[in-house]
Ligand binder design. Sequence first.
Ligand code: ZN
Length: 152
Amino acid sequence: MKQAIALDRLQRTLGVICGKDTAPEVRVRRAAHGLGLRFRLHRADLPGTPDLLFTSRRLAVFVHGCFWHRHPRCPKASAPSSEFWATKFKSNVARDRRVEKELRALGWDVIVIWECETKKSETLARILTTKILRRKVGSVKRSASRLRHRKR
Ligand SMILES: [Zn+2]
């Protein structure tokens, strides 16, 4: 049983590594479409290749697996069973932070939607409404235009 769970996690993990469309990603896209939001997928020229990109809102969205990306206080992000995984997870979290910093420096706002938040469609719709649809964009746009001015 324990092995079956480990295998299931590994397969999901490999799906993330290979950049395949994960089920949580598909759920987020569907919910965003349902709210009339338009976005681009996997822009590889941006740090971390954001899962969804809301260009006019200057917003990059990552859909993170709770186990792989260590969702804080989430039951799905159980303690790693070995030193190997502990190290691996630490570097994943560090990379996520670095990517977020790089995107913000380029004038993008960044939000993370966790796998466990995509399970119930009502919860997901509420999150997307609050975090994307009703989001204030002023501050990000201002800093982005400042950035463009400096480049000229
Ligand atoms: Zn979670």
